[in-house]
Design a protein around this ligand. Structure first.
Ligand SMILES: Cc1cc2nc3c(=O)[nH]c(=O)nc-3n(C[C@H](O)[C@H](O)[C@H](O)COP(=O)(O)OP(=O)(O)OC[C@H]3O[C@@H](n4cnc5c(N)ncnc54)[C@H](O)[C@@H]3O)c2cc1C
Length: 438
């Protein structure tokens, strides 16, 4: 083990990258500021913390993120292996018990003699020439962020938000019913709260009138469309929620066979089902207002909130201009970035980005040119997002989940409509990834 790499941040990207490098015999100094210091969203002591939802989203390869799961499994990803081992029932989603997930990642890292864990905050960007990877996430602290800003001039802000968690015993099960949309998974992985039209409109009115937390002075209110606060969605139109997170389709009440006007869903937080997450209820409402307004939902009159919703800053660089294709900083080639800092969005995407950065570092250490993932794979789609190849000229770099729109277009017409196109994407991606791995 003659080569050592510094990684700052033992989150989704940093842990994945550390493990990938260690497996290739590269020594890793992994720096993590927890437990001495925490971001406003982190609460666990361990690494690889899922700060909001416990879901890594759909595990179905016909969804781009499900395809990304599959690709990461084929690449022996640490994060996907730990997720598979700590999975909890959640329809076709890959949801985990977050504490067991973090402990599993910690155990896998501890098995590697190549990895030295340092429990301390890093306050300045590492000087070269030794290679270093910064993976400090969307809530990167001021010290490092200032260093990055000086280096990149590309730090941007927008809002992200977390949803409340309710204890199981406080949910009125004479009103809530267990069912997954269209009976996916076990068919009963979610709890559902049916609202009639009057209840729905009263709820929308309450959201609109509720008191909100004012943004900090340094925060410019720019929301990511995939994670809008519930009251912002309500502001966009009275029926927007009924067509979004509260959509009732596929969720007829099995006791009556009837479809409600709207349905609020709760997703399991732990295997035992003691805690349930209000799906899509990320919010900027004040905490007293959240308690008051969410208790007006049918079945939640006596809700005990184990966690309330919050809004957070997100930090990311203008990757197509700041980063080279191998994810190193153009102005400081010894420094690589990974995870949400680059402008990928989501746990799985951040882990995938850590994996890509580790492979780029391995190429650099071996003195060979960077071998990017094949464009038509999910990994390739994310990489195209970061290089700008997936977007039209002049496109403003904004965080993105993995979506098929980031993939190169399919050649010619494809039989079978939307489903047929997805299947064609998946078939092409599987073939291309196989060639890359081998
Ligand atoms: C409030 C909020 C809610 C979110 N909800 C979701 C969601 O529901 N689903 C989803 O897919 N994504 C969600 N995200 C996005 C999520 O953060 C990312 O998807 C993912 O965690 C980012 O991975 P990362 O490795 O880049 O950063 P992180 O996982 O945040 O890891 C960064 C690590 O670096 C450490 N660190 C930071 N600074 C330093 C330093 N100076 N020195 C040493 N260590 C340091 C941190 O303690 C942390 O452990 C949310 C983000 C936020 C902020």
């Amino acid at each position: 083990m003659t080569q050592r790499v510094t990684i700052i941040g033992a989150g989704l990207a940093g842990c994945e990258a550390a493990h990938r490098l260690a497996r290739s015999g590269v020594g890793v100094d992994l720096w993590e500021m927890k437990p001495a210091r925490r971001s406003p969203a982190h609460v666990l002591d361990g690494p690889c913390e899922l700060v909001c939802s416990n879901s890594l989203r759909s595990d179905n390869p016909l969804n781009a993120v499900g395809l990304l799961h599959e690709e990461l499994r084929r690449l022996d990803s640490l994060v996907l292996a730990a997720a598979d081992e700590t999975r909890v029932p959640a329809g076709d989603a890959l949801a985990v018990d977050r504490e067991r997930f973090s402990r599993r990642v910690a155990a896998r890292l501890a098995e590697r003699p190549e990895i030295r864990l340092h429990a301390a905050e890093v306050t300045a960007l590492p000087e070269g020439p030794a290679l270093a990877l910064v993976a400090t996430g969307p809530l990167t602290g001021d010290g490092l962020a200032a260093g990055l800003q000086a280096l990149c001039g590309g730090r941007l802000f927008f809002y992200d938000a977390i949803a409340p968690i309710v204890s199981a015993e406080s949910i009125d099960m004479t009103i809530a019913f267990a069912r997954s949309r269209y009976d996916k998974g076990s068919g009963a992985d979610y709890l559902n709260l049916p609202l009639d039209e009057a209840q729905y409109h009263a709820f929308v009115d309450a959201l609109l009138a509720g008191e909100k937390v004012a943004p900090h002075q340094f925060e410019e209110p720019r929301y990511f469309d995939g994670c809008l606060p519930i009251e912002v969605m309500a502001e966009r139109g009275r029926e927007v929620l009924a067509h979004g997170p509260l959509k009732p389709v596929g969720l007829e009440d099995p006791r009556t066979g009837k479809r409600a006007h709207a349905v609020a869903q709760l997703r399991r937080e732990d295997v035992a089902g003691t805690a349930w997450n209000l799906v899509g209820f990320q919010t900027r409402l004040t905490w007293p207002e959240q308690r008051r307004i969410f208790r007006t939902l049918p079945g939640l009159a006596n809700a005990e909130f184990l966690r309330l919703g919050q809004v957070h800053r997100n930090t990311f660089v203008d990757a197509p201009r700041v980063l080279a294709p191998d994810l190193s900083v153009r102005a400081r080639p010894h420094l690589f970035l990974a995870g949400q800092l680059t402008g990928v969005e989501g746990y799985v995407e951040s882990a995938a980005c850590g994996h890509l950065a580790a492979r780029a570092i391995l190429d650099r250490l071996a003195g060979r040119p960077f071998r990017p993932p094949p464009e038509a794979t999910a990994l390739g789609g994310l990489h195209r997002h970061l290089t700008g190849a997936a977007h039209p000229t002049g496109h403003e770099h904004q965080p993105s989940n993995v979506i098929f729109a980031l993939f190169p277009p399919l050649p010619g017409w494809v039989r079978g409509g939307k489903e047929g196109r997805k299947m064609a994407h998946v078939a092409r991606a599987r073939e291309e990834l196989g060639a890359w791995i081998s």
